[in-house]
Design a protein around this ligand. Structure first.
Ligand code: BG6
Length: 503
């Protein structure tokens, strides 16, 4: 959002899946934070749609409880009241367009009239992806999807957007038959994270990095998204998805593209997304041979997290006891373009890892040895920029310094920038910016159809090889560790090691 645009357009947010987890944990708290910061207009309403038959008053009661539990400051009374007066609900069967969608249409008309809101609607699909096309078609069929008389209609889709290349293409085709691409907002909540957005400012708002941000100076890049959590209650979904589908073509590729892309000609949505798409097209696709050597999979065994025993993945709720699903993935990616030729991007993500930590590490090449001929190689410092995404957001520059004393001895030091120290603590769920952007029609931080398809085409060959050759050594890493040994071997083969943080 720019400083000039302080409030969103008057509109109604329609949430499909309004009684679900995402709505209560993220969407309502995000709206709450936006309202607190003055970004929501007075002419704003929320219509929840769910399978449960609830009265609006019952839905408001649930919302109050949820805001008290999940919103910052535990929900301020005044603000909660503001929300209550603007929240409505209608429930029913999503397949039945005779009833539910007619009710929705009437309710929207009533809300718009009584609250003087122009008929700008945005639909948030917090529902299983297999319902996306169907629900969208019913909205459109009932005359609620077409943009006319200057009113906009936008559709936000939660991930996963497809299950593989084929299904993503099918979904794009189905949606594009009834909507315009500019009405479609494919969300990736990683783009709502401050540090992820800061990547653009860090790279392109400073002049000192760009000249060295290439193969002449950078040895390799590491992207890590490590989680301590296991699959929690999501075994049903996760066991048919796995770490690769769940994290790589979306969150991890966002981090890779923002790190690797060329400077866009402007911050307009399509300029930024064109550059991201070019990186996705330049990532070398995996042959079956590459998939065997440069894609590692792992599954967690029992172990300890924070000193407490935790079960193996195969013993989790709704997970098959013989599951071959990976909970860890590491890939070696090659970006075939002039900037990045021969600079590997190692990416990894896993559940039940030693610590919760997401970062991008830019590892620079070693300085020439000449001056330090007598220093053992392991003591020679290399430069590194670490972009910390979570839990502590910030940036560290790692470099060598002389240890004080009569002899020239080299030590390693860090220069740290921490977001909270400089800017104070922001209450944020990561969804605020994305919801606001949708309300002002800025799609920069949303995925375009071609990006989604390019991402799936990179990983689909790996999925094919993995499903043809079941893993023989699962589970292969202990909960609370840094993942399987094969992932360390992947880097060791290139003479490199993962940058792990302390637990
Ligand atoms: C979701 C995945 O998209 O991202 C989850 O489905 C994962 O499996 C989550 O836990 C991670 O998000 P964050 O913001 O906690 O890093």
């Amino acid at each position: 959002m720019t400083e000039s645009q302080k409030t969103a357009d008057p509109c109604v947010m329609v949430i499909f899946g309004a009684t679900g987890d995402l709505t209560k944990r993220k969407l309502f708290p995000a709206l709450y934070n936006l309202a607190n910061d003055g970004y929501l207009p007075e002419n704003f309403a929320i219509v929840g749609v769910g399978r449960q038959e609830l009265e609006t008053t019952e839905f408001r009661d649930q919302m109050i409880q949820n805001l008290k539990e999940f919103a910052g400051e535990n929900g301020n009374e005044e603000r909660i009241k503001w929300f209550c007066g603007r929240t409505f609900y209608t429930g029913g069967d999503f397949d039945d367009d005779k009833k539910l969608f007619k009710d929705l249409k009437e309710l929207l008309a009533e809300v718009c009239t009584s609250m003087s809101i122009p008929e700008n609607f945005f639909y948030y699909m917090a529902i299983p992806p297999n319902l996306f096309a169907n629900v969208t078609a019913k909205i459109v069929k009932n005359g609620l999807g077409k943009e006319e008389n200057g009113h906009w209609r936008r559709f936000i889709y939660e991930k996963p957007f497809g299950h593989d290349l084929e299904s993503a293409k099918r979904l794009n085709t189905d949606l594009l038959k009834i909507l315009k691409e500019r009405q479609i907002y494919r969300i990736d909540h990683y783009l709502g994270k401050e540090t992820v957005q800061n990547l653009l400012v860090f790279r392109f708002g400073n002049s000192i990095w760009e000249p060295i941000w290439n193969r002449n100076y950078i040895d390799h890049v590491q992207v890590t998204v490590a989680e301590k959590l296991g699959v929690e209650q999501r075994g049903g979904y996760y066991d048919s998805a796995g770490a690769l589908r769940d994290m790589i073509p979306n969150h991890i590729f966002q981090l890779v593209t923002l790190t690797a892309m060329e400077p866009p000609v402007s911050f307009e949505a399509d300029s930024v997304r064109d550059e991201q798409a070019k990186i996705l097209q330049a990532i070398k696709s995996f042959s079956p041979e590459d998939a065997l050597h440069n894609a590692i999979r792992g599954q967690y065994d029992s172990g300890e997290i924070d000193g407490k025993p935790v079960p193996a993945y195969r013993s989790e709720e709704k997970v098959s006891p013989a599951s071959a699903t990976e909970t860890y993935t590491a890939l070696k990616l090659s970006i075939d373009n002039w900037r990045w030729a021969d600079v590997p991007f190692y990416v990894r993500t896993g559940k039940r890892m030693a610590t919760r930590h997401s970062s991008i590490v830019i590892q620079f090449k070693r300085a020439p040895f000449v001056l330090f001929r007598d220093t053992p190689v392991e003591r020679l410092t290399t430069n590194r920029i670490e972009i910390h995404i979570q839990p502590d957001e910030g940036i560290t520059l790692h470099f060598g310094a002389k240890v004080p004393g009569p002899i020239v001895k080299m030590g390693a030091v860090d220069m740290d920038f921490n977001y909270v120290d400089h800017f104070g603590k922001q209450l944020s769920t990561g969804y605020e910016r994305l919801l606001f952007d949708c309300m002002i029609g800025d799609a920069t931080l949303f995925q375009r159809a071609d990006m989604v398809e390019a991402s799936w085409s990179i990983v689909t060959p790996i999925l094919d090889v993995w499903s043809a050759i079941p893993p023989r050594n699962f589970p292969n890493y202990r909960s609370g560790s840094w993942g399987p040994k094969e992932a360390d071997d992947l880097l060791a083969a290139d003479g490199r090691i993962w940058k792990n943080t302390e637990a």
